[in-house]
Design a protein around this ligand. Structure first.
Ligand SMILES: *[C@@H]1O[C@H](CO)[C@@H](O)[C@H](O)[C@H]1NC(C)=O
Length: 304
């Protein structure tokens, strides 16, 4: 099919007898189709894209064997079309997808828990600490004295090892959950923490433009932290980091390019990333909306 813009342009040029000044006809703007079709994003609930991710473009969706997911020795990208949910052991009415586990080389697990009507969490194994972050819905956290807290989207809780608790949900909720066997240090003990991202102060990041919040105290008892990192479109990490710590990342909003080792991946809300120690890592935010991601990082322990 002939492009109507091209024929119009040719016709206008001919009428100017070879002066070859492109003149557009009435209302004849030759432009690419608008890609400003994300205008509905602002009317959706917070983190809506993380649970309703953009899947592959329609011309790739039925392409046999196509996925953006990658699993390599020192990193993995697990995109939403690869998520496999099955009943979570010890939880009721809850489907889980383990996105990062020690089988990859990590010392922690990161999973999505989709709680359904009348669902309830199980307890982690002995000596395992747990961090939950609510992406969608509302859950009730109850301790063994029956005292409850309601956790909404953007709220989180840290449950110390061997801390009796249950998470309940009447409707539906999606949680990002991190668990690891706690690395005890001397007499230090961790405490129950319940909080919300927007209550956390911004932390100085010398030389960097992104915004950083830490959801757990930076103090010695805690052997990991969860960072919330925000980038406006066009912002990127200045330091091309290579470090001993490992990461589990869940993109909550936005899109961009993640560099892992020598590979450069287009990524977007809903994607999960595993970074082994020392994998070169870098992010640049693109698109029209803020990027926000949740990042596990082990801290405060001698790697020996
Ligand atoms: C449960 O939470 C309440 C309120 O924070 C606290 O007073 C109580 O000691 C907690 N119970 C246990 C067993 O942690």
């Amino acid at each position: 099919m002939q492009n109507p813009c091209v024929s119009e342009l040719l016709l206008s040029s001919f009428t100017l007898i070879g002066l070859f000044i492109p003149v557009l006809g009435d209302g004849g703007f030759c432009s690419a189709p608008s890609i400003l079709d994300q205008t509905d994003a602002s009317s959706k609930p917070l983190y809506w894209k993380a649970t309703n991710p953009t899947l592959s473009p329609s011309h790739l969706q039925d392409l046999p064997g196509f996925t953006r997911s990658v699993y390599k020795r020192d990193h993995a990208l697990i995109s939403p079309e690869s998520h496999v949910f099955s009943p979570l052991p010890d939880w009721t009415n809850t489907l889980g997808a383990y996105l990062i586990s020690p089988a990859m080389g990590s010392h922690f697990v990161m999973y999505l828990a989709k709680m359904q009507e009348n669902s309830r969490s199980g307890l982690p194994p002995d000596d395992v600490e747990r961090f939950v972050f609510v992406i969608q819905g509302i859950v009730t956290l109850t301790n063994s004295s029956g005292i409850s807290d309601k956790l909404m989207v953007d709220s989180y809780a840290y449950l110390p090892p061997n801390f009796e608790h249950s998470l309940k949900c009447d409707g539906s909720a999606t949680l990002a959950v991190f668990e690891r066997r706690h690395a005890y240090l001397g007499n230090h003990i961790t405490e129950l923490i319940v909080g919300s991202t927007d209550e956390q102060p911004l932390i100085e990041t010398p030389g960097e433009v992104f915004e950083l919040r830490k959801l757990l105290p930076a103090s010695m008892p805690y052997d990991f932290n969860i960072h919330i990192m925000d980038f406006q479109p066009g912002e990127f990490l200045n330091v091309k980091e290579v470090h001993y710590n490992q990461h589990g990342l869940l993109l909550l909003e936005g899109q961009g390019i993640y560099r892992l080792g020598d590979s450069w991946y287009p990524v977007q809300a809903g994607d999960a990333i595993w970074m082994a120690p020392f994998v070169p890592q870098w992010y640049g935010a693109l698109g029209k909306t803020r990027t926000r991601y949740l990042l596990y990082k082990d801290v405060n322990r001698n790697p020996l």
